[in-house]
Design a protein around this ligand. Structure first.
Ligand SMILES: [Zn+2]
Length: 122
């Protein structure tokens, strides 16, 4: 396939989520700055933020990432670095703080995708 055709091809679902793109057109970015979302898709004008407080559910979705990082990180640091549980938990917390911008963004991206699946398009 010519390279020019590949660039106009629509992103796959997983690729669009990983690249934080619009769930409808899969081109427009969801975030305009590091921690700031667009209200509307800059390409297809799908409304990402439907109402004030819309991202509250994303906070709950962030547990999908937070719990594995904290628990998995603690177990990892205990098993691999042979740290005591308190030090392993502190190391896992530091790891979580470092990863928290990604947790913030991907929990919102997942919420936008889930919400669009449950209540498409407006
Ligand atoms: Zn779009």
């Amino acid at each position: 396939m010519p390279a020019a055709m590949a660039t106009v091809q629509r992103l796959g679902l997983l690729q669009a989520i990983l690249r934080q793109r619009c769930p409808r057109c899969r081109e427009g970015r969801i975030f305009r700055r590091r921690l700031t979302m667009y209200w509307f898709c800059p390409v297809c004008e799908l409304r990402f933020l439907r109402e004030p407080g819309y991202t509250t559910v994303a906070i709950e979705l962030s547990y999908i990432f937070t719990i594995p990082i904290l628990l998995g990180g603690t177990v990892f640091f205990m098993a691999v670095l042979h740290l005591e549980i308190i030090l392993a938990a502190v190391a896992a917390t530091i790891l979580f703080v470092v990863l928290s911008p990604l947790v913030f963004r991907y929990s919102r991206v997942l919420w936008v995708y889930l919400d669009q699946r449950l209540d498409p398009g407006r």
